[in-house]
Design a protein around this ligand. Structure first.
Ligand SMILES: Cc1cc2nc3c(=O)[nH]c(=O)nc-3n(C[C@H](O)[C@H](O)[C@H](O)COP(=O)(O)OP(=O)(O)OC[C@H]3O[C@@H](n4cnc5c(N)ncnc54)[C@H](O)[C@@H]3O)c2cc1C
Length: 386
């Protein structure tokens, strides 16, 4: 048997797991990454993957998104300039995102009226919108592969973690620390305070002879022409009931998946047609996946709190007694990075950097994205007797 003990074993090779692998490896740690499908075989392979600012009156959520965006665009440009097209995004107002929201913010923008857009491309329909420079589209597969370059990858379905004498065992792989980056899949340990709901989505890649000058976003997004000459159009949003079943990585393997791919593709193409005329359009490939979300929309990172043991040790937490984070019970040497929602590639590198610095140097994780915030919230609502 191989005697190697990795510093870190990451379960899940999506945007979250691959970005975590990148930062830990860069800090000199030995890292293995496992996925039951492939690198970017889950939601990450299905993503558009658009990187756009979130305009609107400043609040804690959009400030967080926009900070992550700046970090991540810069990160991808350095990591793999061939996998990113940064040409900005035109945001077209609609019911869910009004002109006021698009105008009322700190982010730099330019208003493009119909005439200006027609000067840029005769293919634009009768639309107007707000142009934000700091937006891009990336190639998710090549980005994820680049991030794990140098790590050992194992294709394996992990069904349990064994912890013995300070070492985790996943069959013959051994590691000192575990990072769960499982997306919508059932977690390998219990954390009832972090309820993940899947939001299914579909995107298409098309070929067209039309030059799309920048990304365009209304209720769906159309990308500029990517380096491989395709244009991405995405994505649909459909909340699936996770109480029915365990959400699987690939929707095609899900027994509850109702195949209405054709209608969904047509819906995307119809919405795209309202924005720009894509000439000689040919659908090349469709991609499906499920985004992992929690109620607050913030992602979650950090040490995994053991809910039952923490409440057993400090039952008065349920009545609102304040207990410091350090006094909670945690699964040993185990961390999570999850609930990246619809912005997995905006958040991935930014979160992974914060998480790796927390693990390696003890730097503080902002409260809004911490496991402890969710733990305390759920515990204070919990009226059961332990
Ligand atoms: C259609 C669609 C469009 C999207 N568009 C965008 C976009 O434009 N921009 C953007 O930023 N984000 C977008 N997203 C969201 C983004 O894709 C996700 O937020 C991101 O991919 C989540 O990454 P993840 O690593 O958390 O999850 P995933 O990519 O799902 O990775 C989790 C991995 O863990 C593996 N796994 C889980 N459990 C186990 C186990 N027990 N054993 C082995 N392997 C396991 C799974 O196989 C999976 O590969 C989109 C998502 C979808 C579905």
């Amino acid at each position: 048997m191989d005697s190697k003990v990795y510093d870190f074993l990451i379960i899940g090779a999506g945007s979250a797991g691959c970005a975590s692998a990148y930062f830990l490896q860069k800090s000199g740690k030995s890292v293995a990454i496992v996925d039951r499908e492939a690198i970017a075989g889950g939601a990450s392979g299905a993503a558009g993957a658009f990187l756009s600012p979130l305009p609107g009156k400043k609040n804690s959520y959009n400030s967080f998104v926009n900070e992550a965006l700046n970090f991540s665009i810069d990160f991808y440009e350095k990591l793999s300039p061939d996998s990113i097209n940064k040409k900005g995004v035109l945001r077209v107002p609609y019911d869910n995102f009004s002109k006021e929201k698009l105008e009322n913010n700190d982010i730099e923008y330019e208003y493009f009226d119909y005439n200006k857009l027609k000067d840029i491309s005769k293919n634009f329909k009768e639309i107007d919108g707000y142009f934000y420079k700091n937006a891009a589209v990336i190639e998710p597969l090549s980005i994820c592969n680049k991030m794990v370059h140098g790590c050992d990858f194992y294709k394996k379905n992990v069904d349990k973690l064994v912890f013995n004498d300070g070492i985790y065992f996943v069959e013959d792989i051994r590691a000192k620390n575990i990072i769960l980056a499982q997306g919508v899949s059932k977690s390998l340990v219990k954390h009832p305070y972090m309820e993940i709901s899947p939001i299914f989505g579909l995107r298409v890649d098309v070929k067209t002879t039309t030059e799309v000058p920048f990304n365009i976003h209304k209720s769906i997004s159309i990308s500029t022409n990517k380096h491989d000459d395709t244009v991405a159009i995405g994505a649909t949003h459909e909340r699936h009931d996770s109480s029915q079943l365990e959400c699987t990585t690939t929707c095609d393997k899900c027994i509850f998946y109702v195949d209405h791919e054709k209608e969904q593709v047509n819906l995307l193409l119809d919405k795209a047609k309202e924005l720009i005329d894509l000439e000689n359009l040919e659908v090349l490939k469709t991609y499906k996946g499920a985004r992992a979300t929690i109620k607050s929309y913030f992602p979650v990172i950090g040490k995994i709190v053991d809910y039952e043991s923490s409440l057993k040790k400090h039952p008065s937490i349920k009545n609102g007694t304040k207990i410091s984070q350090e006094m909670l019970e945690y699964y040993p040497n185990m961390y999570t990075i999850n609930a990246l929602g619809s912005r997995g590639f905006v958040f991935g590198p930014y979160l992974a950097k914060i998480l790796s610095q927390n693990i390696l140097y003890g730097s503080v994780i902002p409260k809004d994205i911490s496991t402890q915030k969710l733990f305390f919230k759920a515990a204070r609502k919990d009226k059961s007797q332990l």
